[in-house]
Design a protein around this ligand. Structure first.
Ligand code: SAH
Length: 243
């Protein structure tokens, strides 16, 4: 099945961009995913093809008009999830990416200027997502990030079927560190255990490194990971909260 992507953007020429090369590019020529970059401006109703206007209440910048966005969405909607790129959205997670990648595809709406007229989110079923706590000049690069993360998970895209299972975030932890030849470089050697050939010992070392690195680099992830291990089942917790 082809993972069908439609991107709504003012800059369709930014696509496929980096998704045209390497893993994603090959997967596209193999028909594993498809991309349609649609210009939001094609849905403007006036002769000047206006897509934006000044913010109600004043302030800097321009806001994308809800009527134009709705026309664009309604022109392509077919049951695929509709996502809008915005720093006000829920931070994307590997779990959400995995979920999306197992579906039929996605419609991804890219903002520009100050963003979208808020009423579009009341009037249409749109999931607002963010790629992180920083501000981009447009949603296109965010869309590329989201799509790259999905495409590599599509069946047949990654080399070995097992690649990905150990990866960062899949287990709620960061991945363990990697090493490759030469075995000594600038006086530094590869950890002895990785050259031992003892698979159980290697697995134990990798697990402990993943845990230690997550604890020190991402205390937020570590806390959630530890919390998930010691918490009672969600039913029990909910009852307790309701009391
Ligand atoms: N005024 C907005 C930012 C607008 S940036 C605010 O402060 O919330 C212009 C566009 O870039 C946004 O509409 C969105 O589509 C995109 N964008 C910026 N930062 C993003 C992020 N962290 N994640 C996803 N999209 C982002």
């Amino acid at each position: 099945m082809t993972f069908a992507v439609t991107v709504l953007t003012l800059y369709p020429e930014m696509f496929p961009g980096p998704l045209g090369v390497s893993l994603a590019g090959r997967a596209s020529s193999e028909g594993r995913w498809s991309l349609d970059a649609v210009n939001i401006r094609d849905f403007a109703a006036d002769k000047h093809r206006t897509v934006d206007d000044t913010p109600a209440g004043g302030g800097a910048g321009m806001v994308l008009r809800a009527d134009v966005l709705a026309a664009a969405i309604d022109g392509v909607a077919d049951g695929r999830p509709i996502l809008a790129m915005t720093p006000r959205g829920a931070p994307l997670t590997q779990a959400r990416i995995r979920d999306l990648a197992s579906g039929p595809g996605a419609i991804v709406m890219c903002g520009r200027f100050e963003g979208f007229d808020e009423r579009i989110f009341e009037a249409r079923a749109i999931e607002q997502v963010s790629i992180g706590d920083y501000v981009l000049s447009g949603g296109e690069m965010g869309a590329l990030v989201l799509l790259d993360a999905c495409i590599r998970l599509l069946p047949g895209v990654m080399g070995a079927p097992s690649s990905g299972v150990d990866e960062s975030f899949e287990t709620g932890l960061l991945e363990y560190p990697h090493y490759t030849r030469p075995s000594t470089w600038e006086g530094r050697t590869i950890p002895e255990v990785l050259r031992s050939g003892d698979h159980a010992k290697i697995a134990a070392w990798r697990k402990s490194m993943a845990e230690a690195d997550t604890r020190s680099r991402r205390p937020d992830l570590w806390e959630r990971h530890e919390g998930a291990r010691v918490q009672p089942p969600s039913g029990a917790r909910r009852r307790k909260k309701d009391e």
